[in-house]
Ligand binder design. Structure first.
Ligand code: URA
Length: 189
């Protein structure tokens, strides 16, 4: 695929705004045969600076939750719907999501995980192709076709939600536990 080498994207200029706002393209990290793939929305400032998804405060929440179920960050794959930081961290537009979609489709098809965990509303809606009430649907699994891949998608609240709403902590933790069980890995698997 144009702009893609292996699972990495390089030199993409499809989104005019994002070419301006990004410092770099932030590709997915983690094993190319991971049993669990976490999908976020788009890189923020920390990710844009360091070139890796979920390395800021949200990433710490994710890392801690993984550790609690016996998983390390290095055991899972972590990626985003959109690989370039939007200006002022606004939500990615429909067009940006569509532009970046083939890269995510190719990545998920190649990794072929047991579970795809969507972190927050944007990735949940992007993968499921419908409106999603993330708080009430967190922990639910839906099988979808995404590109050429058939995926079991586990809806999850965004890790940042636990930082401003303590009541989301339990929901987040139990969804991560479910991901570990689906993958047959970690202490719960
Ligand atoms: N939030 C996201 O959705 N993705 C990241 O990479 C970081 C924070």
């Amino acid at each position: 695929m144009e702009h893609m080498e292996g699972l990495d994207v390089a030199g993409c200029t499809k989104c005019a705004d994002l070419v301006e706002s990004r410092s770099r393209i932030v590709n997915g990290v983690g094993p190319e045969d991971a049993e669990v793939v976490f999908v976020g929305e788009a890189p923020g400032a920390n990710e844009d600076e360091q070139g890796e998804p979920f390395v800021g405060r949200s990433g710490t929440v994710l890392d801690d939750a993984l550790r609690d179920v016996g998983l390390a960050r290095a055991d899972v794959r972590i990626t985003n719907c959109v690989r370039c930081r939007p200006p002022e961290n606004r939500d990615p537009t429909k067009e940006e999501l569509a532009n970046c979609r083939p890269y995510l489709e190719a990545e998920l098809e190649a990794v072929d995980p047991e579970a795809v965990v969507t972190l927050g509303k944007v990735p949940s809606q992007h993968l499921l192709g419908r409106d999603v009430a993330v708080t009430s649907e967190a922990g639910s699994v839906e099988t979808v076709t995404f590109g050429d891949a058939k995926l079991d998608v586990l809806v999850c609240v965004h890790p940042a939600a636990t930082l401003y709403d303590r009541s989301q902590e339990e929901t987040f933790a139990s969804t991560i536990e479910k991901a570990a069980t689906m993958a047959g890995t970690g202490e719960s698997g």
